[in-house]
Design a protein around this ligand. Structure first.
Ligand SMILES: Nc1ncnc2c1ncn2[C@@H]1O[C@H](COP(=O)(O)OP(=O)(O)O)[C@@H](O)[C@H]1O
Ligand SMILES: O=C(OP(=O)(O)O)[C@H](O)COP(=O)(O)O
Length: 400
């Protein structure tokens, strides 16, 4: 990667200068306790960058998205609790702006003193952040850029998004890659260029349509692609099975059918599923064959036979990449599939990468040994698209 890094910026001197940092503070919240962060790994991952800038006397403006609000303020997705947590981790309070580029943000940017850190409200409360219209994104980016002298991208988890804060702000400010982005790309580069065979990819989670697109590109590169989590039901439907009330992307069923035929047995699907009456920890649940999901139930985890099948494929691998929990691991009755697959990955005689906000959170909240994985990446979609060989908009913008 030929690009300027945070060290270059620190070398140029930042005392008294305003630096805007794109971070990925899209942390998971406790499903049972709204407002309580269940895993602060992504906030911890950006700390070295924030500390280095703070200690060098910069006036630090942090920006991030949280969840997928629809371009307007939505209290459900406020970054306020993240500002509080970030302050605790930094050991000094983080100022919070209640808007992103409005009057509160402008006043707080103006009032920043050397070494202070400010977090702007959720970028996605503004339609300019994710707009497909270049001019609309550029206009929002110009408002963000006006706050600062320099731009640092340390949001690896979002580098695959062609969004204003990722792609357009670096077009108008001197730009630098943070240490997290550099570290993540270094590891993934090795896996992309020369994965030791057999190479097994495990996919799950709930961002089904995003990740189905990646499968086609990854298929020729892998020995086996194991599909669990919310991803598997569109494939099961494509095989002709009914999936009840499970997560389903109806319009992708035909694509999945094509992928299954192209894969010639290399896509492995669950053979049993934990089917519940509703999306709740107290719901009645039974393990059923994947071909017999009752019409009034939804699959919330893969079953034990699937775990054994997946563990066997993983056990023979020299390289494993895993993104996306195998089930709704946040609810105890549906955590066994994720735990089983994660444990199998920790035992391989080879190199493993876990990617994704929720997958990394699962490793930690289920109490697995983090050191047993080769690398735990903060980005799921970002690392998948990197492995696919795509040029990522955030990296491209930094290289320009
Ligand atoms: N069968 C399922 N039905 C609905 N949601 C699921 C299912 N399996 C996993 N999930 C959910 O997927 C979410 C994580 O998906 P995703 O964002 O794609 O992963 P990551 O953040 O690791 O990239 C988790 O919150 C988990 O509860
Ligand atoms: O959580 C994220 O990605 P991931 O679930 O693929 O790890 C990133 O914060 C990107 O979020 P987005 O997929 O809503 O753009």
């Amino acid at each position: 990667m030929i690009l300027k890094t945070l060290d270059d910026l620190l070398g140029e001197g930042v005392s008294g200068r305003r630096v805007i940092v794109r971070a990925d503070l899209n942390v998971p919240f406790d499903k049972a306790n709204p407002g309580v962060i269940s895993d602060d790994g992504r906030a911890r991952a950006v700390l070295p960058t924030l500390i280095a800038l703070r200690d060098a006397g910069a006036r630090v403006i942090v920006m991030s998205h949280l969840g997928r609000p629809k371009g307007a303020p939505d209290p459900k997705y406020t970054l306020q609790p993240v500002a509080t947590r970030l302050g605790e981790l930094l050991g000094s309070p983080v100022v919070f702006a209640t808007d992103t580029v409005g009057s509160d943000a402008a006043a707080k940017v103006e009032a920043l003193t050397d070494g202070q850190v400010l977090l702007l409200e959720n970028l996605r409360f503004n339609e300019g952040e994710t707009s497909k219209d270049d001019a609309v994104r550029a206009a929002f980016a110009a408002e963000l850029a006006a706050f600062a002298d320099f731009y640092v991208d340390d949001a690896f988890g979002a580098v695959h998004r062609k969004h204003a804060s990722v792609y357009d702000v670096p077009a108008v400010l001197p730009h630098y890659a943070g240490g997290l982005v550099i570290k993540e790309v270094d590891v993934l580069k090795k896996v992309t260029e020369n994965p030791e065979q057999p190479y097994v990819v495990v996919l799950g989670g709930s961002k089904v349509s995003d990740k189905l697109a990646v499968i086609k590109a990854l298929l020729p590169k892998v020995d086996k692609l194991l599909v669990g989590g919310g991803m598997c039901f569109t494939f099961l439907k494509a095989q002709g099975h009914e999936v009840g009330k499970s997560l389903l992307e109806d319009e992708m069923v035909a694509t999945c059918r094509d992928l299954l035929s192209e894969a010639q047995g290399r896509i492995v699907l669950p053979v049993d599923v934990v089917a519940a009456t509703e999306f709740s920890a107290d719901a009645d649940h039974v393990t059923v064959p994947a071909s017999e999901i009752p019409a009034d139930r939804l699959g919330l985890d893969i079953g034990p036979e699937s775990v054994a099948l997946f563990a066997e494929a993983i056990g023979g691998a020299k390289t494993v990449f895993w993104n996306g929990p195998m089930g709704v691991f946040e609810l105890a009755p549906f955590a066994a599939g994720t735990r089983g697959v994660a444990e199998a990955i920790t035992k391989i005689d080879g190199f493993s990468v876990v990617g994704g906000g929720d997958s990394a959170a699962a490793v930690r909240t289920l109490g697995l040994d983090e050191s047993a994985f080769g690398h735990i990446s903060t980005g799921g979609g970002a690392s998948l698209e990197y492995l696919e060989g795509k040029t990522l908009p955030g990296i491209e913008a930094l290289e320009k």
